[in-house]
Design a protein around this ligand. Structure first.
Ligand code: ITT
Length: 207
């Protein structure tokens, strides 16, 4: 069995990662592991930021513990009508500083930006880069990044109460409900995060 420390302060992500990796070992948050740092996400890509977060928490671990892995997720929504925005800035879309804004404020900003373009919906993608950093069972250093994409349509209104972030504004391909209207098991079987974590599971099979 593994132990996973999730390098995140986002409870929605931590819950989903626990739901999707819990069968492979214990999944705890960095806060539960008493690692209280909040690294600056200065990267320009999801991949860079996922590695920044994972390495910062890994470096704060007391010693090199075999089969303990840090998992970091950098993710966001890329909206075609907005030229790919908010992308890596999804968490701070409504903010005027480099700090994160509330989910509700970010959704409001997205609705306003769609309205400015005169569109009620747009093709969009949820993207997740998940970094795995740790020491494998044979003492080898493991650093691996996986990428997952979920295609769909973003709408200019909020529907549903499940999930977090932009879920209530995103309808995945093949469905008529938003991710916040669908049960969490459905989201967890098609999401960007699920697709990236499938690759992480493959990598862990050799760790
Ligand atoms: P950590 O960096 O501490 O993990 P964060 O919320 O700052 O938490 P990101 O920098 O990766 O995380 O920003 C991700 C943004 O994209 C954030 O606004 C999320 O709400 C949104 N997001 C990512 N995945 C999502 C999902 O599955 N459903 C809805 N919104 C999502």
């Amino acid at each position: 069995m593994f132990q996973f420390i999730v390098a995140s302060g986002n409870n929605g992500k931590i819950r989903e990662i626990r739901e999707m990796l819990g069968d492979l070992g214990q999944v705890i948050s960095q806060k539960d592991a008493n690692i209280l740092l909040e690294p600056e996400e200065w990267g320009s890509t999801f991949k860079d930021n996922a590695l920044i977060k994972a390495k910062a928490v890994f470096n704060a671990l007391p010693g090199n513990l075999y089969s303990v892995f840090v998992i970091a997720d950098d993710s966001g929504i890329c909206v075609d009508a907005l030229g790919g925005e908010p992308g890596v800035k999804s968490a701070r879309y409504a903010s005027t500083t480099h700090r994160n804004a509330e989910d509700g404020a970010n959704r409001c900003k997205l609705i306003i930006e769609l309205e400015k373009r005169g569109v009620t919906s747009s093709r969009a993608q949820f993207v997740a880069c998940v970094a795995l950093v740790g020491i494998g069972s044979r003492g080898e250093y493991v650093e691996y990044v996986a990428n997952g994409v979920c295609e769909g349509e973003v709408i200019n209104k909020e529907r549903g109460h499940n999930g977090f972030g932009y879920d209530s504004m995103f309808i995945p391909d093949g469905f008529s409900q938003t991710l916040a209207e669908l049960p969490s098991e459905v989201k967890n079987s098609l999401s960007h995060r699920y697709k990236a974590l499938l690759q992480i599971r493959d990598r862990l099979a050799h760790a």
